[in-house]
Design a protein around this ligand. Structure first.
Ligand code: SF4
Length: 152
């Protein structure tokens, strides 16, 4: 939902802090997740993630979340799916050239990152190209495995 997405960017500091703590919780749950089975968890966790992040960020379930590096503005809402900054078509009013009614997600990312300690530095981190094989998969489970040093 667009209005909630804007709210999330305005409250990026608190949401980022929550997300960091949540990541730690996910990492701590790795032994439990492994016992249950990541394959078995994939569908229900991805469904939960889709609902929660869909509401707050208009998440597109790319499976490789970068919200913490983009000021809580999901780059997959960019019509061009740009993951490393805006194109050259941002309008003078800060809106998207493809969807004029929408604020540029990268202009939003800069605003959101400025509210997060270290957010502007995180924004300069170069993101790898989107791996389409991960589309629809849970980023949360991926984080839990990554933090445990397991292949994802
Ligand atoms: S970066 Fe990917 S996982 Fe994160 S909110 Fe956007 S679409 Fe969802």
């Amino acid at each position: 939902m667009y209005a909630l997405r804007q709210w999330s960017v305005r409250h990026s500091r608190g949401l980022n802090a929550f997300y960091r703590a949540f990541e730690n919780t996910l990492a701590a749950c790795h032994p439990l997740f492994r016992r249950i089975g990541y394959q078995r968890l994939e569908r229900p966790v991805a469904a939960l993630e889709r609902n929660v992040k869909g509401l707050l960020f208009d998440c597109r379930m790319c499976g490789q979340c970068v919200l913490s590096s983009t000021g809580m503005s999901c780059p997959m809402n960019c019509p061009k799916n740009l993951r490393n900054g805006p194109c050259g078509g941002v309008r003078a009013n800060g809106h998207c050239e493809v969807k004029p009614e929408m604020k540029c997600v990268w202009a939003q990312a800069v605003a959101g990152a400025a509210r997060i300690p270290g957010g502007t530095e995180a924004l300069t981190k170069v993101q790898p190209p989107v791996d389409r094989r991960l589309q629809g998969r849970s980023s949360w489970l991926r984080v839990a495995r990554e933090r445990a040093g397991e292949p994802t």
